[in-house]
Design a binder for this molecule. Structure first.
Ligand SMILES: [Zn+2]
Ligand SMILES: [Zn+2]
Length: 148
């Protein structure tokens, strides 16, 4: 059955789920575990493989549903790659933007929100109301740049 795992990330997810009246199922916690123990962003397939390794047979649809729910709850961040691929990374709901390495798919935080100093008045003049933003940098991490 389920391996004994519970770290701060799992506790955090458990808490968020509980607040929303959602169950911390073994599969859901396994998704959290697979994501936060990875140093890079993972594709849905990789998350699925990781969960199967922990729990045995698990449907891909369950993984998709879990990721969708986690994205809504801010437990995961969806990342985009220039080739159209997506990846997922664990998130503790904090306002953080990411740099992703297109070679190793490593995920790194950058410390400041570049949109904070954005001139909202200029877009609101056009009647547009900004609700949220998505900022992500693509590039090569230090290691990959050195190896190139
Ligand atoms: Zn890299
Ligand atoms: Zn921001």
């Amino acid at each position: 059955m389920m391996k004994d795992f519970e770290c701060t990330q799992e506790s955090y997810a458990r808490e968020v789920l509980r607040e929303k009246g959602l169950k911390s199922t073994t599969q859901r916690l396994a998704v959290v575990h697979v994501l936060h123990t990875s140093r890079k962003s993972l594709s849905v397939g990789e998350i699925h493989d990781g969960v199967k390794e922990m729990l045995g047979a698990t449907g891909l649809a369950t993984i998709y549903r879990t990721l969708e729910m986690f994205e809504d709850l801010g437990i995961v961040k969806r990342l985009h790659f220039p080739d159209g691929g997506r990846g997922y990374a664990f998130s503790q709901g904090e306002h953080v933007h990411h740099m992703v390495c297109v070679d190793c798919r490593g995920v790194f935080d950058f410390p400041e929100c570049p949109v904070e100093s954005f001139d909202y008045a200029s877009v609101e003049k056009q009647g547009f109301r900004v609700k949220d933003h998505f900022v992500q940098l693509f590039g090569q991490c230090g290691k990959c740049a050195e190896a190139a």
